[in-house]
Design a protein around this ligand. Structure first.
Ligand code: FE2
Ligand code: FE2
Length: 375
């Protein structure tokens, strides 16, 4: 009878090599990576400071001609990600972009959903989306949903700067990124769209909460977004002021979401957009959630405490709160409001059944929502 010999490491190594040569591996060799006890997050919290960026942004406007840059975006790269994933979080690509006086950036179309938050302009910078030409002021949001033709330009005398926020990493994950550049009208290729919609079409048709003209054009692009494309900051600020004396949300202060008037949901399939007012002296409670968030500071200054570390921010800074990090927001000013704009990937996670949140009460006790997986 043959005697059993205990297999040794060398034999196992031989097996692993043979499997590797066949483009396979034993699950048990990478199990720790595949079955984390808690979500693994590579992105780091970070603040991109406007004061540090502004000179470079304006300089890029002067020395990087349009011929060299199809779009003059300065991508805000998360220090926790390597250059194989050149993005701001795992799901969002965020950039400061500058458009110099007289420039036009030609019409194009793509599958990623895009949006711009205007920081600086003399009111003559614009984006045209499917014939809706929207001139932008500070704090205005203009969306260019998946499958919509859009072009950008600056008819003013001052550089226009905005923050682009796109879901490019999501489209890359699903191998579904696609761009088109040859815009035509009546069979003739053109660099720009004609303004075929009437002035402020979006706000006049969809921006009157609870009222919608029966004849409004409710379908746009791939029909995956709100039909309203443009929100004026004045209107958003008015909406915040209207509820500023309410208790608000204990974790986010006086927060309002931009909503799709057709279904009450988020305005893009993959991203939620919100504006939040932190009143003088307001310090929110701490929570964490699987969605990550990127913020743009519209008014005032303050800080966000992320996993115990304070990240200070001021006007026009961009900062990110990675997934599943405990965070709380603070407006330390005794007299000034702070208003921060936020784009998160929560809707994508919710649709995939991957969203959950944990909330810490004042006494430190934790309640969770949406998480059915026991520790
Ligand atoms: Fe675009
Ligand atoms: Fe949060």
């Amino acid at each position: 009878m043959m005697q059993e010999v205990a297999p040794d490491d060398a034999q196992r190594e031989q097996l692993y090599k043979a499997l590797g040569d066949l483009n396979a591996y034993g699950f048990w060799t990478i199990q720790g990576d595949m079955e984390p006890k808690e979500p693994r997050v590579r992105e780091l919290p970070h603040v991109w400071r406007w004061k540090e960026f502004e000179p470079h942004i304006i300089n890029a406007g002067h020395i990087v001609p349009h011929e060299l840059a199809e779009r003059r975006g300065i991508v805000l790269h998360n220090p926790g990600l390597d250059m194989t994933r050149p993005s701001t979080t795992n799901t969002q690509y965020v950039a400061y972009s500058v458009y110099m006086p007289g420039e036009i950036f030609e019409a194009h179309i793509h599958s990623p959903a895009a949006s711009r938050m205007l920081l600086k302009s003399d009111g003559k910078g614009y984006t045209t989306v499917e014939g809706e030409k929207a001139y932008l002021d500070r704090g205005d949001l203009i969306m260019t949903p998946s499958g919509t033709w859009h072009d950008h330009g600056n008819e003013g005398a001052e550089p226009m700067v905005w923050v682009d926020m796109l879901d490019i990493p999501v489209t890359m994950l699903f191998n579904a990124g696609k761009f088109g550049f040859h815009y035509t009208e009546n069979g003739v290729q053109r660099p720009m769209q004609s303004a075929t919609r009437s002035h402020l079409y979006s706000q006049r048709h969809f921006g009157m909460g609870g009222l919608r003209p029966r004849f409004a054009q409710t379908s746009i692009g791939n029909n995956t977004s709100s039909p309203q494309l443009h929100w004026k900051y004045n209107d958003v600020r008015k909406a915040l002021n209207a509820v500023r004396d309410e208790p608000g949300d204990p974790y986010d202060g006086v927060i309002i979401d931009y909503i799709n008037v057709m279904d009450g949901g988020p305005i893009q399939k993959t991203q939620n957009f919100s504006m939040q007012l932190l009143r003088p002296g307001e310090h929110t409670l701490s929570h964490r959630h699987t969605n990550s968030s990127v913020y743009v500071v519209i008014e005032g200054s303050g800080s966000t405490i992320i996993e115990g570390e304070e990240f200070k921010w001021e006007e026009s800074d961009v900062f990110c709160v990675p997934s599943y990090k405990w965070h709380e927001h603070v407006n330390a000013s005794g007299s000034e409001d702070a208003v921060i704009y936020c784009v998160s990937d929560a809707p994508a996670l919710q649709k995939l059944g991957l969203w959950w949140e944990e909330r810490k009460a004042k006494d430190g006790s934790i309640t969770s929502a949406g998480n059915t997986i026991p520790a």
